[in-house]
Every structure is written in structure tokens, then in C-alpha cells.
Design a protein around this ligand. Sequence first.
Ligand SMILES: *[C@@H]1O[C@H](CO)[C@@H](O)[C@H](O)[C@H]1NC(C)=O
Ligand SMILES: *[C@@H]1O[C@H](CO)[C@@H](O)[C@H](O)[C@H]1NC(C)=O
Ligand SMILES: *[C@@H]1O[C@H](CO)[C@@H](O)[C@H](O)[C@H]1NC(C)=O
Ligand SMILES: *[C@@H]1O[C@H](CO)[C@@H](O)[C@H](O)[C@H]1NC(C)=O
Ligand SMILES: *[C@@H]1O[C@H](CO)[C@@H](O)[C@H](O)[C@H]1NC(C)=O
Ligand SMILES: *[C@@H]1O[C@H](CO)[C@@H](O)[C@H](O)[C@H]1NC(C)=O
Ligand SMILES: *[C@@H]1O[C@H](CO)[C@@H](O)[C@H](O)[C@H]1NC(C)=O
Ligand SMILES: *[C@@H]1O[C@H](CO)[C@@H](O)[C@H](O)[C@H]1NC(C)=O
Ligand SMILES: *[C@@H]1O[C@H](CO)[C@@H](O)[C@H](O)[C@H]1NC(C)=O
Ligand SMILES: [Ca+2]
Length: 591
Amino acid sequence: MRLNWGRLLSTAAITSVVIAATTSSKTLSDICSKSVVQAALPSDIIQGITIDSSSVTTNIVTNSSVTSNFFPDSIINFCNVTFAYSHDGITNDRVLLEIWLPATAQFQNRWVSTGGGGYAINSGDSSIPVGIIYGGASGMTDGGFGSFSNSADTAMLLANGTLNYETLYMFGYKAHWELSKIGKALTKNVFGLSGSDKLYSYYQGCSEGGREGWSQVQRYAGEWDGIAVGAPAFRWSFQQTQHLFSNIVEKTLDYYPPPCELEKIVNETIAACDPLDGKTDGVVSRSDLCALHFDIESVIGKSYYCAASSGGPGPFKKSKRQFGGGGSTPTQNGTVSRKGVEVAKTIINGLHDSEGRRVYFSYQPGADFDDAQTQYNSNTNTWELDIDQLGGEHIALLVYKNGTTLDSLDGVTYDTLTEWMVSGMLEYDSTLQTTWPDLTPFQKAGGKVIHFHGEADPSIPTASSIRYWESVRQIMYPNMTYLDGANALKEWYRVYTVPGAAHCAPNPLMPNGPWPQTSLGNLIDWVEKGVTPVTLNATIQQGEHIGDNQQLCAYPLRPLWKSNGTMSCVYDEASIATWNYDLNAVPAPVY
Ligand SMILES: *[C@@H]1O[C@H](CO)[C@@H](O)[C@H](O)[C@H]1NC(C)=O
Ligand SMILES: *[C@@H]1O[C@H](CO)[C@@H](O)[C@H](O)[C@H]1NC(C)=O
Ligand SMILES: *[C@@H]1O[C@H](CO)[C@@H](O)[C@H](O)[C@H]1NC(C)=O
Ligand SMILES: *[C@@H]1O[C@H](CO)[C@@H](O)[C@H](O)[C@H]1NC(C)=O
Ligand SMILES: *[C@@H]1O[C@H](CO)[C@@H](O)[C@H](O)[C@H]1NC(C)=O
Ligand SMILES: *[C@@H]1O[C@H](CO)[C@@H](O)[C@H](O)[C@H]1NC(C)=O
Ligand SMILES: *[C@@H]1O[C@H](CO)[C@@H](O)[C@H](O)[C@H]1NC(C)=O
Ligand SMILES: *[C@@H]1O[C@H](CO)[C@@H](O)[C@H](O)[C@H]1NC(C)=O
Ligand SMILES: *[C@@H]1O[C@H](CO)[C@@H](O)[C@H](O)[C@H]1NC(C)=O
Ligand SMILES: [Ca+2]
């Protein structure tokens, strides 16, 4: 384990841990038995819930080696506990929880909830280690969807036309609240904390997992000391429908670019915009300056080449796509066309309705065009529409309510997308939208948020995170000047863009970009020691500079390198303006 616990703990915390350890030091074998866990199960913690104590399973896991983008490489020991509960009055209801407990000597009075991605409410064994690594008990839920490997979409339809509303609300926010209430009570009981002993409560997640974290602090202020979230999939109806925007651009302009042509446009954008941040390192750390100064039409006429592929993943990472792709593709050799650049430019410009009003915003220049991926038809030797099923699933499942795959975009226009975004905002406001902007109760309870977003995210627009932070600023500090409000908000909620990073991951196209792997540790330092993450700690994860440290600027400050190689976080109004959009096609506030 690379962590230095001394640096994470205040003297007071160390003292109390030492006392706890000497008075009631318990090994994993002391706590890891069915009877000990059964005795520690809380009763009456939530009205209407019955825990099935006979369902408890326990097993000890030792020397487990874990790696992730979201914690430092570690070797961990823990007690794996699972059990089920049900909601009174619902037949065949069974929600599974998995909670990992450390030995007393490692326990630092912390609870950590972990979330999922896509339509999943947990990440299997890949996120949950973070709690153990940072001295806590750690939990995940199956949401009641059938098993830890079943996503919410598998349980969302009772029949065609009939949503399972319990599944919708469990996925929306309820399952995480229940996990944290039950998990924290169990943790206190196992480790013998009394009512007055502090159990710090944290959440970590990215993408859908980021949305799940926000669903909690927006509703259950006092439950959380802090959350560390990346690229949240909130503003659900806009975010999900946005995945179909690139396809509709292609349809509307009647041009289906070969993937290699779009990849060339991305590469040229990166090459041209890299130096604008003051450091030529292959990383576009200022996509805002790129938006202001790069003329994408300069790429027209440049030649591109991609070798033929016999299948498997194409030149673009389609990691977030659940369907399609993988077919064999021919050699792609040509020059970037005016049409290809028009497709790219229209996608980056974001959705406008047929009256030219802005509906939503899009990915930053320099991000991949994942949603625009086309497929090769070897009968006609042409590139064709490939419906993005991240967006397609939302329409099929939650708009049409009759499946998980969208078969056709016939007749779908920019105005159809607008209608889906706006009607979905109303229909899913209380479950999935997750952009309630008044966090006053959470702030008053002392809560802290570390929120980050890859600046080259091709799946969730980076500006989505900025918009929410800005909404919170306007709602909570309406009478302050912009800077006073921003500084007041940064006292407890900070958003950081991650130069060059992709969706919840470093970006192979910009290998020298940093990644905030220690964000939960930095959140704990902020909450428990008052160490404000003025800049967020980050590490280069790949390439020749792997392991190098970099610091991320907290928005609205932006990174800029001086010629002597030092980075500063600067205030630049013209850049800030590029992150904020007037969604004047939407007849209600969009937070
Ligand atoms: C775990 O690793 C430690 C240190 O290498 C070793 O002493 C111990 O025997 C290992 N335990 C198991 C169960 O493998
Ligand atoms: C935890 O327990 C569950 C239920 O027995 C089991 O399916 C899972 O594989 C266990 N996980 C680990 C890491 O031991
Ligand atoms: C909905 O209809 C489709 C197409 O007829 C069918 O394949 C599917 O099984 C139905 N789904 C449910 C949940 O009944
Ligand atoms: C884009 O750049 C990557 C390296 O960063 C390279 O592997 C790829 O071949 C380039 N694509 C094109 C179309 O030039
Ligand atoms: C691509 O096409 C150009 C022009 O036709 C040709 O000069 C070049 O050799 C081709 N490259 C490859 C790798 O086939
Ligand atoms: C689902 O509903 C939509 C809208 O009513 C319809 O166009 C589509 O054909 C339906 N799909 C299936 C599989 O029934
Ligand atoms: C902002 O100012 C208005 C008008 O003076 C006042 O009514 C309101 O309470 C103030 N809001 C906050 C959050 O201070
Ligand atoms: C910051 O990241 C570096 C690696 O880049 C790591 O060694 C260090 O422990 C981290 N610091 C904190 C406070 O998390
Ligand atoms: C680099 O230059 C800036 C001002 O341009 C200065 O503040 C900083 O101290 C310099 N750093 C080094 C390492 O020389
Ligand atoms: Ca750069």
C-alpha cells in the first residue's frame, strides 16, 4: 500500500484510533462470521424495510491486489458481508447489499458508498475497494434488480408500456439512501461506535455513479460529509438524448464520415490546440482557448490513413457503447472533406432547434466523436448510420417504454431531440434528472464536494458539470458578484476540469494528461483536516511521464503554463464565457 496514513489523520484522530484499537482491537476473524454480522444488523433503521437476517454471508479476503483509476494500487484485506432486505408490501422484492469491513486496526471511522455506470448501480468488485483503502467500511447495492450484475434496465419494464416504478425510484436515488442508512448502522454496531462517536460518511462514483452521488446530497444533506464524483450523468433526459445528436447531424447533413476522417480531425485539433495552454505536451489543457482560436476548417484537405481492420474495436474506443461496432473495415485513405468538417463543427456547436435556438451543448474540441461512429456496409462499400445505443436505449426504455434498443431514427429531427429532452425533463424530474441546484442544507451541515470532469470527455459534455456548478452558484449566492459567489461556493464545492482526460478515464490520445486518482483521499483531508484542495492532486497514468504529479485548477480558474514551465491557475473571462450557454429553446430553467 502506497498510502501514508499519518498524513491523512489529524493528531486527534490518531489518538482516538489508538484508543479504539487498544480497547477493542478485533481481527478480521473476530468480526467476519455470520453470527457477529447478524447481531450487528440494525432494526427499525428505515420504516417499511425488513432485513432477512438468515441471508447473511461472510468471507474473509486477504492480500487482494486492486487497481483502478479511482484509488492508488493497493493490497487489501477485508471481510466481505452480503445480506438481503425487502420493502414491506411489495411482493418478490429482494435488495442485496455487499459491504466490505476492515479489521479494527485499519478502521478509521469511515463509511464509503460506491456506485455504478451506464444503467448499473454498482461496479462489481472494481469500485468498492476504495473504502477499505481509505480506512473505512465500503458498500454497494444491487438496487433490487435481481443480482449485483443486473443493471436497472433489466428490471425497468414490467411489460411493454408499463414501467416498474419501484425500479425507477430505486435507481433514481432510493437504493443508495437505503444502502448508506443500513451500511452505516451496521458499521457502527460491528465496531462498537456509540451514538456520539463520529462515523464519517463519503461517496465515490463517476458517470452514472456520479449522478448517484449527486442524487444523495441533493436530498439527504445530513447523511454525507462529502462526495468525490466525476463526470456525473445528470440532467438525464438531456444527457441521454444528446448521445443521438451526432447521428441526427449526420442524417441532416446527409454525410456519414469514415471513422478515420473524424479521427484525423481530432488529431489535428489536438495538435493545433496543444500549445495554446503554454505547454506543448500533446495535451489540450485549454479546450476553451481551442474553441475560441482554432479554425476547424483548416483541417479540410489534410490526408488521412487508417489500415484495414478485420474486426474488433475500431480506431475509436467505443467502451461505453453496448451494441454495434466490431465489423471489419477497409483501408481508409483520403483527404478530410468539407462535409466531414461540417459534421464535426455542427456536433461541437451543440443542438439547436429548427428556429435556430439553442437546446443543449456538446463535447469540447479535441474530444473523440464516439457518438458519430458510422458502420461500414461491405455490400454497398459505403459508410452508414450506426445508431448510438446509449441514446437509443434511453428512448426505447424510458420514452417508448417497449425495449432497450432503438431500431430506427427515421423521421427524427433536431426538433424531435428537443422534444425528447424537454418532455423527459418533466417526466423524470423527481428520479433521474438529478440537477436540484439548492444545496443549502448540505452546505449548512458542513458537506464538501470534489467534482471533476475530463476535458476531452466524448460521452458526457464537460460543460454539463460546469453548468450545474454555475446553477448552484446562481441559486445559492444570487446577490454576490460572480467572483464573490464563485469563491463562496469553492469553500465547500469545487469543480475541476481534467486536461485531456476522456470519460472517467485517462485518454490514450493525450497520454501526458493528468488524472485525479487520489480524489477520495483529498476529500477526506478536506473534511477531516480542513486541507482545502485549492488544486486537485493528479498523476499522469500512462506514457513516458507516467507517475508524474500535476495539479488541477478549480474552475473558474484555468491552467496556463509560463515559458519557464510553471503552471498557474488564471482567471480569464473570455474563456469562462465559452463554458456557459443560454439554452433559449427550453421554456424553463435548465440547471
Ligand atoms: C499476505 O501477505 C503477507 C505479506 O506478504 C504474508 O505474510 C501473508 O502470509 C499473506 N497471507 C496470505 C493468506 O496469503
Ligand atoms: C462476497 O460474497 C458474495 C456472496 O457470497 C460472493 O458472491 C462474492 O464473490 C464475494 N466477494 C468477494 C470479493 O469475496
Ligand atoms: C415488448 O415487445 C417486444 C417486441 O414485440 C418483445 O420482444 C418484448 O419481449 C416485449 N417486452 C416485454 C417486457 O414484454
Ligand atoms: C491519431 O493519433 C494517434 C496517436 O495519438 C494515432 O495512433 C492515429 O493513427 C492517428 N489517427 C489518424 C487518422 O491520423
Ligand atoms: C493513400 O492514397 C494516396 C493517394 O492515392 C497514395 O499516395 C498513398 O500511397 C496511399 N497510402 C496508403 C498507405 O495506401
Ligand atoms: C416502440 O414504440 C415506438 C413508439 O410508439 C414504436 O415506434 C416502436 O415500433 C415500438 N417498438 C417495438 C419493438 O415495439
Ligand atoms: C438577495 O437580495 C434580495 C433583495 O435584497 C433579498 O430579498 C434576498 O433575500 C437576498 N437573497 C439572499 C440569498 O441573500
Ligand atoms: C498526490 O498524488 C501523488 C502521485 O502523483 C501521490 O504520491 C500523493 O500521495 C498524492 N497526495 C495526496 C495528498 O493525495
Ligand atoms: C516562472 O515565472 C513566474 C512569473 O512569470 C514566476 O512567478 C515563477 O516564480 C517562475 N518560476 C520559476 C521556477 O522560475
Ligand atoms: Ca498542452
